[in-house]
Ligand binder design. Structure first.
Ligand code: NOJ
Ligand code: CA
Length: 559
């Protein structure tokens, strides 16, 4: 079973919301503030272990990220999401935190993080941290206290059954034995990640330990969550990506109790930190966004649309594929209703990949293939998240031994490839001391080589980011209309608009040329090519057509 199946199962069990499409009737919704910078933001996700090692110990660190900020700035990146960088036994790459208020020494100090925030901000880049809200490490002092038999402050901070002989609780992962306390705890993900107690939306009266969300334990945990957030906001963080955001309150089939929790956080943020933002790992934008999150990720474990986009799903080909036989409809059928449900309330976030997703976008795609996929990512009405290395078409590696609970995810977490130096410029440590091996392929892509190559995906991504930022029509909140989106084949043609500006985009990921007639009402006063194939939009005797060569795209401004 791969990671997505596991996460799918857990998310389904814990949140119980994966199959709910409609916005819950009468969902509480308050008017919320949107930080203006999100509209045109382009995010870059950094897995700190693997980005840049500044002190030669073989593992990436915060100073390393700071040293590489000019690279991100030149690429046009305006915000970073940093995977967890807090003290941890690293059994799940840092998603098992043992001190929420302290940077892990292997990455540096809190002062290094403050310096990173400040230097990034000087370059116009905001940094969001990872909020692992749902669980701690079993090494966390709170959990150690909670394991004791005497009642104490932390007794109800985790979910404990009332006897060690209660081994089975339907739909929940019970970890039995080993504690002084006579009871078993509920784990969120791996067994060493005990779930913090946010209560149950529908506590079962037979199961006494299922507390309501307003019981003292859950209220204390909520208060601590805000304290953690405030601590990092005050140090300069611009927000958080929230881990398993829809699975904090248990037995919440329609997601309303989890949404309510985040709506409360949002009201507090709107008041005290109005420039900061939250993005959820939920993949239920119609539930996560209204009144709660500024953004919600589309992710592979939820509905089929995103899952199909860039990577093969079982026997199916990905939508962005050279066969010419795929269709964008699989994605749009999911995306368009979600766009309608979230318009004006927040944004969907589309990632090129992340630290949980194999293969990488670059696997099985050449520079042209990566470029067409990125042209899509950077022109859709959503906030784009580029996973480190995807801009150069880095490949995930198969068959690596699991590192820090990565299992099959390990392959997409290898070091960033900077240049032709030892260890691809990632670190000066001996190769056997590196966090993970570097892609051994002779022709592995590097930043240095791609900067020098006008046809590289890196240069294309840079130009596309600049384009997105120069044209409000391309921003997350600009209008969107699918103009040509056939059930099978290509091109996919869509219109983006804002403030009287109209931009048309045409994409052809296929290895075959493609063409289509545009609707009769397409009667432009003029066409100005902005990016990609300059002659794709043509006027012929019978009307306007789009003609695209293999693996190409076009962006034009229509007057
Ligand atoms: C989702 C994170 O992205 C993943 O890496 C982690 O293992 C789980 N949540 C558990 O925190
Ligand atoms: Ca280091």
């Amino acid at each position: 079973m791969n990671y997505h199946n596991v996460l799918f199962r857990w998310a389904a069990v814990l949140a119980g919301t994966l199959f709910t499409l409609a916005v819950p009737a009468g969902a509480a919704e308050s008017s919320t503030h949107m930080p203006a910078w999100l509209e045109s933001a382009v995010f870059y996700q950094i897995y700190p272990q693997s980005f840049y090692d500044s002190n030669g110990d073989g593992i990436g660190d915060l100073r390393g990220i700071r040293e590489k900020l000019p690279y991100l700035h030149e690429l046009g990146i305006t915000a970073i999401w940093l995977n967890p960088c807090f003290e941890s036994p690293f059994q799940d790459a840092g998603y098992d935190i043992s001190d929420f208020y302290k940077v892990a020494p292997r990455y540096g100090s809190n002062e290094d993080l403050r310096a990173l925030f400040a230097e990034a901000r000087r370059l116009g880049i905001r940094v969001m941290l990872d909020l692992v809200a749902g669980h701690t490490s079993d090494q966390h002092p709170w959990f150690k206290e909670s394991q004791r038999s005497q009642r104490n402050r932390y007794t109800d901070w985790y979910i404990w059954t009332d006897s060690v002989w209660t081994w089975f609780v339907p739909g929940q992962q019970v970890v039995a034995g080993g504690a002084e306390r006579d009871g078993n705890y509920i784990a969120n993900f791996f067994h060493f990640q005990p779930a913090l107690n946010y209560g149950y939306a529908r506590p079962d009266p037979q199961l006494h330990w299922e507390q309501p969300t307003n019981a003292p334990g859950p209220l204390a945990v909520r208060a601590e969550l805000k304290k953690i957030m405030r601590f990092w906001f005050d140090l300069g963080a611009s927000g958080f990506r929230v881990d398993m955001a829809g699975a904090l309150v248990k037995n919440d089939p329609d997601g309303r109790a989890n949404a309510a929790l985040w709506q409360e956080v949002r009201q507090w943020m709107d008041r005290d930190y109005p420039d900061c933002a939250l993005v959820s790992e939920w993949s239920q934008p119609q539930i996560a966004i209204p009144g709660a999150f500024h953004m919600d990720f589309l992710l592979p474990f939820a509905k089929p649309g995103y899952r199909a986009l860039f990577r093969a799903d079982g026997k199916e080909r990905p939508i962005f594929d050279t066969s010419g036989e795929t269709s964008i409809r699989v994605f749009l059928d999911e995306f368009e209703p979600l766009l309608k449900a979230t318009r004006g309330k927040g944004f969907m976030a589309i990632p090129s990949g992340n630290h949980d997703t194999v293969p990488r976008l670059g696997n099985g795609r050449d520079a042209r293939g990566v470029t067409v996929a990125m042209a899509f990512l950077l022109t859709m009405p959503a906030v784009p998240f580029i996973y480190y290395g995807d801009e150069i078409g880095m490949q995930s590696l198969d068959g690596l031994p699991s590192k820090e609970g990565g299992y099959n995810r390990t392959g997409c977490r290898t070091p960033m490839q900077w240049d032709g130096a030892t260890n691809a410029g990632f670190s000066t440590a001996p190769a056997d001391k590196l966090y993970l091996p570097i892609d051994p392929a002779a022709g592995r892509p590097t930043v240095a080589a791609e900067l020098a190559d006008p046809a590289s995906s890196l240069n294309a991504v840079r130009a596309l980011i600049a384009l997105r930022q120069a044209h409000p029509a391309l921003s997350a909140g600009g209008e969107f209309e699918a103009v040509i989106a056939p059930e099978g084949g290509w091109p996919f043609v869509y219109r983006r608009a804002k403030d009287g500006e109209n931009i048309f985009i045409a994409l052809n990921p296929s290895a075959k040329p493609c063409e289509t007639a545009l609707p009769r009402n397409f009667e432009p006063g003029g066409i100005q090519p902005l990016a990609g194939d300059a002659s794709a939009f043509r006027q012929e005797a019978a009307g306007w057509r789009v003609v695209l060569p293999p693996e190409s795209f076009a962006v034009v401004k229509v007057k």
